[in-house]
Design a protein around this ligand. Structure first.
Ligand code: CA
Length: 231
């Protein structure tokens, strides 16, 4: 069965371009030119993924995202204007799964859609899995062990939890605040520098071990565990 994508975009030429391209790739699509229509179609069309522009008439992308998140965990990719770093941070913190900066290439949009779908649909299968393995790297949260290139490396619990959290969603960008909330917890009185310090220590342990993955800084946004060949 074809996967369904809701395209929310008020610029008609962009919406049509995306629609044509995604249908050619085998997706079923519908388009909404404003926020009100987007919420309506989200309910009736029941998409597997939503491409959501931020600047929309009537109801903007933020309000649409909020309404969607109140009802569903469906993957949402935000379309943001170039240079609007704040939009990306806000989007991720409000529950978007990824963002694409305009102007974009349709090829890139397709790659992001496939990556997000793979990630979100894979989550069910790996739920409860507390051990992650990559080339020359094993992160075991049950035994609290980090194995790098066959050797057990002493690692403080928070560093291990942070790495596990990032690596359990490969290529997903997390903001510092998200990492603080999700790894340290809401009641933690630290600031985002705490995250930076832990990343730095992890990098000292992981630098140069493998070409297949790396702990990347996404400038102005946050961090991701990048795995090559996974979009
Ligand atoms: Ca727009």
């Amino acid at each position: 069965m074809a996967q369904k994508i809701l395209i929310v975009e008020d610029e008609l030429n962009i919406a049509q371009l995306l629609q044509l391209y995604l249908e050619k790739e085998g997706f079923e699509t519908q388009t909404a030119p404003n926020g009100g229509k987007a919420v309506e179609l989200f309910r009736s069309f029941d998409p597997d993924l939503v491409l959501l522009d931020i600047m929309l008439p009537v109801m903007d992308g933020w309000s649409v995202l909020k309404k969607i998140r109140a009802e569903s965990k469906v993957p949402v990719i935000m379309l943001t204007a170039k240079g609007e770093t704040d939009d990306r941070v806000t989007g991720l913190e409000q529950g978007a799964d990824d963002y694409i900066v305009k102007p974009f290439e349709t090829k890139e949009v397709l790659a992001r859609i496939r990556a997000v779908l793979r990630r979100t649909q894979g989550e069910g299968e790996t739920a409860g899995e507390r051990k992650l393995s990559f080339d020359k790297l094993t992160i075991n949260l049950d035994a609290y062990e980090l194995i790098v290139d066959g050797k057990k490396i002493d690692t403080p619990p928070k560093e291990l939890e942070l790495l596990f959290h990032l690596a359990s969603s490969p290529n997903r960008v997390f903001t510092r605040n998200q990492l603080l909330d999700e790894v340290w917890g809401f009641d933690y009185f630290g600031d985002s520098r705490t995250v930076d310090v832990h990343i730095k220590r992890l990098r000292e342990k992981l630098e140069g071990i493998s070409e297949a993955w790396s702990l990347k800084t996404v400038w102005g946004v946050g961090y991701k565990f990048e795995v090559l060949g996974q979009g």
